[in-house]
Design a protein around this ligand. Structure first.
Ligand SMILES: *Cc1c(COP(=O)(O)O)cnc(C)c1O
Length: 402
């Protein structure tokens, strides 16, 4: 490691709150599916800022769209209309099939809004008031207090559980366990269509259909968190579209802005008619002209380049390569996931593999201690998958020998 890198890391560790154990690298710029650190070392990126940079780095059309918007108008309050937000909302409705959009600054903020929307529907007027939420074990919905409260993984929730949120956790892909938790007081069910942080676990169609009909039967709102699995990652624009099951409320973020911080929650007209009204919810930055311009350009490129189609085409090759690696190494127990959202389950912590891959110029990340997670840019081609597989093989072999 060069002296300048060392000094920057030391300074960061003095100044930043220590909430991350960061890898010992200072990233500087990107180009397509590659990143470069300040020493000029090149990395193949199979993380994409955790499922964010779907369209690749140094995407000229995207950068130009942002620059044009910067020169025009960065921010107005949500008390006024602006053209990019109007266009972004319209496009997002089209690709989700939902009817109403609220833009946020992050995924967690979208989850907060989704929970509030459901709470509002069942706030008491006409329906008697309901306050319980059913979430899933191993789920992840964000780090703010509200989003944390529906996060199933206790590791994230411990130490912050002083507020009684009336959240119950059901078994993912087990509709009977959801049904068993339903009471007169159940307001909403929230779930990820493919669990991300929880270990790359896709919901089954059967499970989603049963939960949908359970919710219909009991007047419970169904919330799908598509923050990680949405935006083309599974080969459909949104993962729920693979199953023919529609939520009442959904969340979106991560790849929605491809680097500009923006999220959204959306709902059906029927839900909106009973939910938030002026004064109930707001955000200063959410969907400002800059963020909305990013959403417009991202969705334009998704359509022009048929990103979901590309994912559908390339994913089987990706799965085949990962299956080959899994078969060659007894320390890998399983491959699972969907599209370009994949995980290799190890019988041991994967941190050494990630470090060894990084040394060799491949960026990977974990999901839990024992799962290697792959959420690459959605524009990867076979050659990048081959390159990844080769480096990963070496990294696994090296850690097996150690
Ligand atoms: C990342 C993520 C979130 C939280 O998004 P932030 O932008 O980090 O707040 C919520 N839900 C899921 C499924 C996620 O993957």
């Amino acid at each position: 490691m060069e002296e300048s890198t060392k000094m920057l890391i030391e300074q960061a560790e003095r100044d930043l709150l220590h909430t991350y154990n960061r890898y010992q690298v200072v990233l500087d710029r990107g180009e397509g599916v590659y990143l470069y650190d300040i020493e000029g070392k090149k990395y193949l990126d199979f993380v994409a800022g955790i499922a964010v940079f779907a369209l690749g780095y140094a995407n000229q059309a995207y950068n130009d769209a942002l620059k044009r918007q910067i020169d025009k108008l960065l921010h107005t309050s949500n008390y006024y209309y602006n053209v990019p937000a109007i266009q972004a909302a319209h496009k997002l409705k089209e690709v989700t099939g939902m009817d109403r959009v609220f833009f946020t600054n992050s995924g967690a903020e979208a989850v907060e809004g989704a929970i509030k929307s459901a709470m509002k529907v069942h706030s008491g007027k006409g329906t008697g008031g309901r306050s319980e939420i059913i979430a899933m074990e191993h789920s992840f919905h964000g780090r703010t207090i509200g989003a944390l409260s529906v996060t199933g993984n206790a590791h994230y929730r411990e130490d912050f559980e002083t507020i009684d949120r009336q959240v119950r956790f059901a078994k993912f892909n087990d509709a009977e366990s959801v049904r068993a938790l339903v009471t007169e007081n159940t307001c909403a069910v929230i779930l990820e269509v493919v669990q991300g942080e929880g270990g790359l676990i896709p919901a089954t169609t059967e499970f989603l259909k049963e939960v949908r009909s359970l919710c219909d039967e009991k007047g419970i709102l169904l919330i799908f968190d598509e923050i990680q699995c949405g935006m083309g990652r599974t080969g459909s624009m949104f993962a729920f579209q693979n199953h023919g099951v529609k939520p009442d409320i959904m969340t979106c973020a991560k790849a929605l802005g491809c680097g500009v911080p923006v999220g959204a929650f959306l709902m059906t007209e029927e839900t909106a008619a009973k939910s938030l009204v002026p004064g109930d919810h707001g955000t200063t930055y959410g969907g400002n002209p800059f963020a909305a311009a990013a959403v417009c350009e991202v969705l334009r490129q998704y359509e022009e380049r048929d990103i979901p189609g590309h994912v559908k085409e390339i994913a089987p090759y990706f799965e085949k390569k990962l299956d080959e690696i899994a078969a060659a190494h007894p320390c890998i127990l399983q491959r699972r996931g969907c599209g370009l959202m994949q995980g290799l389950v190890f019988d041991r912590p994967v941190a050494p593999v990630i470090r060894a891959a990084m040394d060799r110029g491949l960026i990977l990340i974990n999901a839990g201690a024992d799962i290697l997670r792959f959420v690459p840019p959605l524009i990867i081609e076979k050659e990048h998958i081959d390159e990844m597989a080769e480096i990963l093989e070496q990294a696994i072999r090296e850690t097996e020998e150690a």
